[in-house]
Design a protein around this ligand. Structure first.
Ligand SMILES: [Zn+2]
Length: 402
């Protein structure tokens, strides 16, 4: 990934004439227009680096001198109702901001680093969760998900690394179930999107509530559907399973490289295999891949590495491959926009017997492929074959997943 600073000098050469208010305005507006998910203001030894995460990848956008930065940081703190005089302890808050007439919410965090206070702003866009197609999910997959969450009991899991679009999938599920006839309660750390008609509860150290005590509380409030932000320890796993076995649909996310890995994560957390088989309905595993920029895409001759990857994953070499050349439109990143890829493991008798015998990932893979299961790897390579993304991007999302 190139770390160029396109337009960087123009963006921040305004320090002489612009007020800190205007600079913060500029930076946030620029981020929103570029569809950036994060803005980082990072003090270095001599100046402050400004970077933005666009399509999941950090890009440099310029530097600013410490003199202006102090005022810019104060402005960020004012916008977030933070203590302007506090410069040692970490602070966190939300900023409401309007860009081009549309309201946006940013989650701001300020923390002291060795060269000064660093600020990170996450743009919490308000996507339209009205159907599942937002990340380019196929209708067939959306139908499968709807079928699995319509049962109104059991555990439904979504897994994938940070930034793989799990929140979007979960909220599409909640939106689908939000008919007005069910009590939907969530435990989120933090609440990213406010959804009317759903009872959302924030958990976290600050609020003094964790997933386990939150779940115990929720169970007394007569819920039908429960969303637990993440199953990351044994206690949460156990109570989530219990809830799902007593007439509730429990939706949650869990760590795992793929759906089989996520399933075994539950077992590793101490959930009995029998309970997993009984409670779990399905696991969706997903990734977000950057689309090659339509404006500068071109066919190229596959490199030896490309061939190696194809032979390893598919057993044969690649056909025609494309990549981006880099242009003004994609800000020289070679990519523009993203697309989700998904796999779904539904628990049927075959899967249950594999779980019960503790079958390894290879055994699972063999058994599932016999039955036409399309895994993430196959879906990812299909995106490459179709010319939607590049082999490089496939490798980045599948092998380097955080
Ligand atoms: Zn381009």
């Amino acid at each position: 990934m190139s770390e160029s600073a396109p337009g960087g000098s123009t963006l921040f050469s305004l320090s002489g004439m612009s007020s800190p208010v205007e600079i913060v305005d500029q930076v946030i507006s620029q981020a929103v227009r570029l569809n950036a998910s994060d803005i980082l203001l990072e003090p270095q030894e001599k100046e402050v680096l400004v970077r933005m995460r666009v399509d999941g990848v950090l890009q440099s956008f310029g530097v600013m001198p410490f003199g202006s930065y102090d005022q810019v940081l104060s402005r960020v703190k004012v916008l977030g109702n933070m203590d302007v005089t506090e410069n040692r302890k970490p602070q966190e808050s939300k900023i409401r901001f309007e860009v081009d007439g549309r309201p946006y919410v940013l989650r701001a965090a300020v923390v002291s680093t060795n060269f000064g206070q660093m600020a990170a702003l996450r743009v919490l866009d308000m996507p339209d969760f009205s159907d599942f197609s937002q990340l380019g999910m196929w209708t067939e997959m959306a139908e499968k998900i709807k079928r699995n969450i319509s049962g109104r009991y059991g555990l439904f899991l979504v897994c994938g690394p940070t930034g793989s679009g799990k929140t979007t999938t979960v909220h599409s599920c909640l939106r689908y179930l939000n008919s007005g006839e069910v009590n939907i309660m969530t435990l989120e750390d933090p609440i990213e999107y406010v959804v009317p008609g759903i009872n959302q509860i924030e958990v976290g150290e600050e609020v003094g509530l964790d997933f386990v005590s939150g779940l115990r509380t929720i169970l007394r409030l007569n819920p039908d559907v429960i969303f637990v932000g993440e199953i990351r320890d044994a206690a949460t796993a156990k109570i989530a399973i219990q809830a799902s076995l007593t007439g509730h649909l429990v939706i949650s996310t869990i760590h795992g490289r793929n759906s089989v890995g996520a399933l075994y994560r539950l077992v590793d957390l101490g959930v009995d295999k029998y309970m997993v088989n009984y409670a779990l309905r399905a696991i969706v595993s997903q990734r977000l891949m950057r689309r090659v920029c339509d404006h500068c895409k071109e066919i190229y001759t596959p490199t030896p590495e490309d061939v190696e990857i194809y032979v390893k994953e598919k057993g044969s070499g690649p056909g025609q491959l494309i990549h981006g050349r880099g242009c003004e439109l994609c800000n020289k990143t070679r990519y523009h926009g993203r697309v989700g890829i998904f796999e779904m493991l539904e628990l049927d008798d075959t899967v249950r017997s594999l779980v019960f015998t503790g079958a390894g990932e290879t055994e699972f893979k063999q058994e599932l492929s016999l039955r036409g299961f399309r895994g993430l790897t196959a879906e990812g390579l299909r995106m490459v074959d179709e010319g939607t993304t590049s082999v490089k991007e496939f490798v980045r999302t599948m092998y380097d997943a955080r």
